[in-house]
Design a protein around this ligand. Sequence first.
Ligand code: 7RM
Length: 649
Amino acid sequence: MKQNIESHLEEKRVFKPSREFTKKAHIQSFDDYKRLHAKSIKNPEKFWASEASNLLWQKKWKKVLDWKPPFAQWFVGGQLNASENCLDRHLNGPRRNKAAIIWEGEPGERRTLTYHQLHREVCVFANILKRNQVKKGDRVLIYMPLVPEAVISMLACARIGAVHTIVFGGFSSDSIKDRIEDSGAKVVVTADGGYRRGQTVTLKQNVDQALKDNTQVKRVIVAKRANIEVSIKEGRDVWWHREAEYVNADCPAIPLDSEHPLFILYTSGSTGKPKGILHTTGGYLTGTATTSKYIFDLKEEDVYWCTADVGWITGHSYLVYGPLANGATCVLYEGAPNWPEPDRFWKIIEELGVTILYTAPTAIRAFMKWGDEWPKKHNLSSLRLLGTVGEPINPEAWMWYHTNIGGGRCPIVDTWWQTETGMILITPLPGATPLKPGTATLPFFGVDAAIVDDHGKEVGPNEGGKLVIRNPWPAMLRTIYGDKPRYKKQYWSEVKGCYFTGDGARRDKDGYFWIVGRIDDVLNVAGHRLGTAEVESALVGHPSVAESAVVGRPDEIKGQGVVAFVVLRETHKPSKDLAEVLRKHVGNAIGPIAKPDEIRFAEALPKTRSGKIMRRLLKQIASGATITGDTTTLEDFSVLTRLTKSADE
Ligand code: 7RM
């Protein structure tokens, strides 16, 4: 029988929201959170129905929830349109001329679109889609740089009931090909190219490559962005700006059933083909709009910046649908954080007066590595709230973010969620929840999260186990596109009656959730189950370490030995002595069982393009095996080559 995951690190720092923040916040005290959460859990449908009423419905729902496990339908019988909720609804009042999008290209140009202007562009493009035979229910594949046209094409699809499926602009032609086949898309929207670190990325060329031998795709609509030469296939390819000459800006949003599909977003599993996660309209919009309002504490005057690309779920939920449904002003930045210098983010914040910044731990650790002098060069006093998502944030990085970016004054919302959950499920509320560095704290309203053992029984304080959600929520995935059996098996079979997240976690004595990593990555050293996040966190707690990834490798005596891959800060150099110092450091912080058997210094770690460390690959390197399985989501293949080389030396 497997034991539960053990926990050895203890974080004692607590940060209470300031009076200044609290007095203007949507939720103003911890007691209010606790009371409202308890109430929302007793009757989640009541809570969600009341939040859904803030949206514009063309027809009101008959039933809030129809739950035939594991299949949920929300706001059954209701009709609405996501594009209308993000745009038209704001045009009758003072938001009409408010900036919806402030965009900055990597080369430095800026474009601002007011709600009125964005609405107009979306209507034009929706008419272009119609002119090119896109009908309600059709899938449209979007492969774009982070330019306003990416958002415009999403909202235009939503406006006419087409289902968008975005492929991140950094992915290869193979990824496009697979996703076109799986989704059955007949139309592709792309651009000639985009900018990344001063180079142009040849998007249209990648699409051409993906469409070689393909007869399914009838139309490719190309936006002009990078002014690079592309080949245009007569009868298949058209230019966005040319098409715009043939249509007007009049395109009413059509009423859609609440359960009408809004988008498919592919996410890679550790094996097998990517899963097409299907999200629908009414529940998704209710979930993302509600969480955006409470968690980012959105106010009319905020300048909100989520640094994710639209190719990720974070870009869908918290760059586009959630904030725009709230009438927020959103910053969009096309390029790399260190182009031309490592202070690009801080420059943007200063110049645009950003008040809320939502980014990923991987970016924060990179900024730490580049040095404190870069943020110091800028006035960041406009910021009032910070957020993170994507991985556990180690307390060291949290403290750095809090001090160097937040000036010690901004709450940090560490938000836990997934492509599948569609919306944030575990998070602090910035005016209410006392924060501890490294934890996503407590469940959002209406969410019943728990940690259970291998038999599905809830475990006690500080005992590790599987993170599950025990009740349906409105933005949950409805299925894996075209594969209901896989949906059931993947998410609803591991723990009876619960949604299984795949994450390992523990709750501390205050009930706070600490995510310790993916269950598949958990270490088992001499019968002790350790979360990767804790050992990594201990390592990053040492002043020489910028980033680390810890994996197990087979060990005859202990079952598994611990191998730590370590990237040093720019101020330190690898040495045998330092390796020994780091081993001891982990031993002191956690205990002798967690002491790495081997420290491997690396220049970089293999990551997905959204910044998550791919421990699966490191595990293979650590045990000397050849790399197998899906590597299409890997950001930089040369990192792997360098790592395998250093192991041979
Ligand atoms: C939004 C997103 C989901 C996985 C999830 C976790 C990890 C995300 C946090 C986190 C600890 C967090 N969607 N994860 N947020 N771990 N603390 N705040 O990232 O589908 O791409 O990934 O990411 O393992 O299961 S995702």
